[in-house]
Design a protein around this ligand. Structure first.
Ligand SMILES: Nc1ncnc2c1ncn2[C@@H]1O[C@H](COP(=O)(O)OP(=O)(O)O)[C@@H](O)[C@H]1O
Ligand SMILES: N[C@@H](CCOP(=O)(O)O)C(=O)O
Length: 307
């Protein structure tokens, strides 16, 4: 096999309480990438459609992560990468991570799958660091493993795949302003009050338990972030109103998707998720801010091979 075309999914990182450790994978939103072997050695980005992104190997997250794998595998060929962007950079649904994870997934496949998903996560983190200034894996892991993931540790890297309750749906609204992850990280305090830490880790523990036990009520009670959301929500227009309205519409809970500006809400059925989408839409209609809304099942597979 000399060429592969893949669907590289969008992801929601943090899931309210799990800053930098929790994430889940989306089904209907994602980029496409084509990667092919070349006789010329090295990694080259040859085409980018849908976004204005750097072609330089050291600046595009797709090539930085690909190079990390390439330098380890030392294959006797090179690779060229085409990126078809559907996920807007700076949207908070893992645009950079879709590219970083997609390139290593595809090259691994073309090499006969010598690396497992944890090793691929490690390579992709090198790319993610170029975008956000930090090797966080909470978008990359769900893109590569599928479903919900918990990054137990980044050094050594340990990723846990969590169960996905089968009726869980997500609604996303993406107000079209750009929030750079690096900037949304820079506004966070380095220290947090002990009482907030206690609330936060109790929510992470109960959310993980709720996923294991299909306990939708406990999912609802756990979707609460007292550490990051109070700071970042100020970067997102109408955040508080969206949250109030989606809870009224029946969502289990809502929060900032990744570093924003996208907002996610989890619901127990597709019908409720669609009602939630209408409630989100209502808030942004009649404002000057353009937006997109999406309803998606949780994608338990992760990357998909198109051809
Ligand atoms: N292949 C790529 N896809 C998306 N963003 C990229 C890529 N390569 C480099 N970048 C840079 O990464 C930044 C976007 O990443 P980030 O701020 O983390 O947004 P997101 O939350 O959407 O992932 C932008 O500065 C963009 O130029
Ligand atoms: N944990 C990171 C996640 C960033 O997600 P993105 O989709 O905005 O890139 C953070 O919150 O900074």
């Amino acid at each position: 096999m000399n060429e592969i075309k893949i669907f590289s999914p969008a992801t929601v990182a943090n899931v309210s309480c799990g800053f930098d450790v929790l994430g889940f994978c989306l089904d209907t939103i994602g980029d496409e990438m084509v990667i092919r072997k070349t006789n010329e050695k090295g990694i080259k980005i040859t085409k980018i459609v849908g976004a204005d992104l750097p072609f330089e190997t050291g600046k595009n997250v797709a090539s930085v992560s690909a190079l990390a794998l390439y330098n380890d595998a030392k294959p006797d060929c090179g690779f060229e990468i085409e990126i078809y962007k559907n996920i807007k950079p700076g949207s908070g649904i893992g645009s950079s991570s879709a590219s970083a994870a997609g390139s290593v997934f595809a090259i691994n496949h073309l090499l006969g799958n010598p690396y497992n998903a944890t090793q691929l996560t490690g390579f992709a983190m090198k790319g993610e660091a170029v975008a956000s200034g930090c090797e966080h894996a909470d978008n990359i892991a769900p893109a590569l493993f599928g479903g919900f993931t918990l990054v137990k540790s980044t050094s050594p890297l340990q990723v846990l795949q969590l169960p996905t309750p089968k009726d869980l749906y997500v609604t996303i609204i993406h107000p079209q302003i750009e929030v750079k992850t690096s900037e949304a990280r820079a506004i966070l305090p380095q220290d947090i009050p002990l009482q907030n830490a206690i609330t936060q880790w109790s929510n992470v523990g109960s959310l993980v338990h709720a996923l294991h036990t299909n306990d939708y009520n406990l999912i609802s009670l756990s979707l609460n972030d007292v550490v990051v959301e109070p700071y970042r929500s100020q970067l997102i227009p109408h955040f508080d109103l969206v949250k109030t309205e989606v809870l009224k519409a029946g969502a289990l809970g809502a929060g900032i998707s990744g570093s924003g500006p996208s907002i996610f809400a989890l619901s127990k059925s597709k019908t409720t998720a669609e009602t939630v989408a209408k409630a989100m839409t209502q808030v942004f209609t009649n404002t000057t801010i353009a937006f997109n809304t999406y309803v998606s099942k949780i994608n338990t597979q992760g990357m998909k091979i198109i051809s």
